[in-house]
Every structure is written in C-alpha cells, then in structure tokens.
Design a protein around this ligand. Structure first.
Ligand SMILES: C[S@@+](CC[C@H](N)C(=O)[O-])C[C@H]1O[C@@H](n2cnc3c(N)ncnc32)[C@H](O)[C@@H]1O
Ligand SMILES: [Zn+2]
Length: 297
C-alpha cells in the first residue's frame, strides 16, 4: 500500500478522521508493507500486514462462497482475455462499459476505489489503460485480495489492497475521484442493504460506477446453463437488478444517474463485439445481460 493512501484513512469504528499512521520498515520507501493506523478518538487499531490494510471486516454467510471461489480461481482464462484486450483496445471497449462511459467523462481521474473487487479486473483495466493513476481495491474476502494481487502482478501493475466491508470502508468521505463495483450490489438481499451499498459508493467518491447483472431472459438462460454445468449455482444469494430499481435507489440516496450503458449476452470472459446492438428497446431487452450506471451526489 502506498503512503498517499494513508492520508485518506478514517476510523472504521467511529468514522473519526484523527488517525495516526505508523509505518514500520524502510522510512523513505513510498510503499508500506507493515504498520498500523490508530484512531485518536476511540483507539481502534488497523494494521497493515503484507501491504494489506486490515480493516477488520465482519463475517457473513455469503463470504464462504467468495473465499471458495477465489481460492480455486484459475486465472488463465481472464489473463488470456485481458492480454488480447490490451493488444486490441477495441475489444476492451466492447467488453467493459466502464471504459466506454469514463471516456465520456471530461474530468481527470487520479484515484479510484473498487468496492468488492474480486480479482480486480475492472481496476486493472483502468490502470493499464492509463484511465486512473492510483487504484485501491477493497474486499472482505482475503482470497479475492490475493487473486487481485496475483492478477496485477502478472501485468506488472501495482494497487493498494484493503481487507474491509463495503459498508464500513476505512476512508474519509469523497476522497477518491471514482468508486466502482462490478457484480456486487445484486448479492445484497434487501432494498435497504442495496441502498447502503449504493450509499457507500456515493459517500467515498465523487462519482460512482456500478455494474450488475440485469433480470432478463439472457441472464436467466445463462444462469441456468452455468448452474447445470457446475451442478449448482456457486455464488450464493444473487438477485439481478433492473434499471427501474437502480433509479429508485438513486432517488432514495439523493443521487443523480449521469449515464447508463448495457452489456449484451454473457460475454465474460469472452470478449465480444456484439455489444453494439441497435439502440436499447423492447427488441434488444431479451439479450441484455448486465447494466451499468455512473451516479453522483
Ligand atoms: C462477483 S464478485 C466481483 C467480481 C469482480 N468484479 C471481478 O472482476 O472479479 C463480488 C465480490 O464482492 C465481494 N463482497 C461482497 N459483499 C461484500 C461486502 N459486504 N464487503 C466487501 N466485499 C464484499 C466478494 O467478496 C466478491 O469478491
Ligand atoms: Zn475511532
């Protein structure tokens, strides 16, 4: 984790921002491998171990699914797809709505935080294409952080890693230019939990990007084929969103949806050029697989 990030830390217990930061090791190094952050208000301590900021996440039954998934993940497919994408940017644009949408934003983005990063492919794409300079990845699954570390290291890139809950991320308000997540909000069960998830994105950064599977024939067909192939659905609770639902959540959060985009067919991790169907309408809706929004408050 880099020293710059230590300026953004807040206490994840009392949300106080009077945090003293102590790094152990080489004093001049811009990278901190070991150290701790202590809250002056409530004495809560967060340690940095093997460069990961330890934000003491809670345990939750869904966590087991992610630990198993990322402990066993074979990264060769995603690595091959990303290598192709970095050689041919058109494939990246076709596959990642985040790149298409951020290209349209005219503001420079220096820092981002991915909430529920998984193996961190979205942030890697932002970093590798020079779209964002400093990327931070947060997840409550250690296995996912290790997967992200290994993916970044394969592509010779660096990132900050944080082991924490999305709902109590240990950072000050609006300290990042962009917060993002892909495939996260649909794992929260109730409307209130989904609202908390959206609010966490909106609080921590000036702009929030969220991508999630959308309830459509294509989604349910690909989910049933995937379940048949794997003899069960391996991702625990997952309820796809609808655009109407995201609009309602944004309204409740007092946020504005600045832009939205779609992904057709089950394209992950196969890069497809088929995202450019005609303008979304009732006739393209059955093929929708994912929806993406950028919002701010
Ligand atoms: C579908 S995966 C994300 C996939 C990711 N976009 C990728 O490219 O690998 C969802 C991730 O969100 C994380 N997650 C879910 N709920 C969380 C929470 N409350 N706090 C932190 N992380 C959470 C899970 O551990 C998992 O890694
Ligand atoms: Zn505190």
């Amino acid at each position: 984790m880099d020293c710059e990030l230590s300026q953004k830390i807040s206490c994840n217990a009392c949300y106080g921002s009077s945090v003293v930061f102590e790094a152990e090791g080489e004093p001049e190094s811009p990278l901190i491998r070991k150290g701790r952050a202590v809250c002056l208000d409530c004495s809560q301590t967060m340690s940095i171990v093997e460069s990961i900021l330890e934000g003491l996440p809670k345990s939750d039954p869904q966590l087991d699914f992610w630990e198993t998934h990322y402990s066993n993940e074979d990264q060769s497919v995603i690595i091959a797809a990303l290598e192709k994408g970095f050689q041919n940017r058109r494939l990246l644009y076709a596959h990642y709505p985040i790149i298409r949408m951020i290209r349209k934003l005219t503001v420079p983005l220096e820092s981002s935080i991915e909430l529920g990063c998984g193996s961190g492919a979205f942030s890697l794409v932002l970093k590798k294409t020079g779209t964002v300079d400093k990327v931070t990845l947060l997840d409550y699954s250690r296995a996912s952080l290790e997967a992200a570390r290994s993916l970044f290291s394969h592509f010779g890139e660096s990132c900050n890693l944080v082991h924490a809950d999305i709902e109590s991320a240990p950072f000050r308000r609006k300290t990042f230019d962009l917060s993002l997540s892909g495939g996260v909000i649909e794992h929260f069960r109730t409307e209130e939990e989904r609202l908390d998830c959206l609010n966490a994105h909106l609080d921590i950064a000036n702009r929030a990007f969220l991508q999630a599977p959308v309830s459509s024939p294509c989604y349910w067909l690909s989910r049933s084929l995937f379940s048949a192939y794997n003899r069960g659905w391996p991702f625990g609770f997952e309820k796809p969103v609808t655009f109407r639902e995201l609009c309602k959540l944004a309204k409740r959060a007092g946020a504005e949806i600045l832009d939205h985009d779609h992904q057709y067919f089950l394209s992950f991790p196969l890069f497809t050029r088929l995202h450019k169907l005609p303008k979304p309408g009732w006739y393209t809706w059955p093929f929708l697989n994912e929806i993406a929004i950028i919002a701010s408050k």
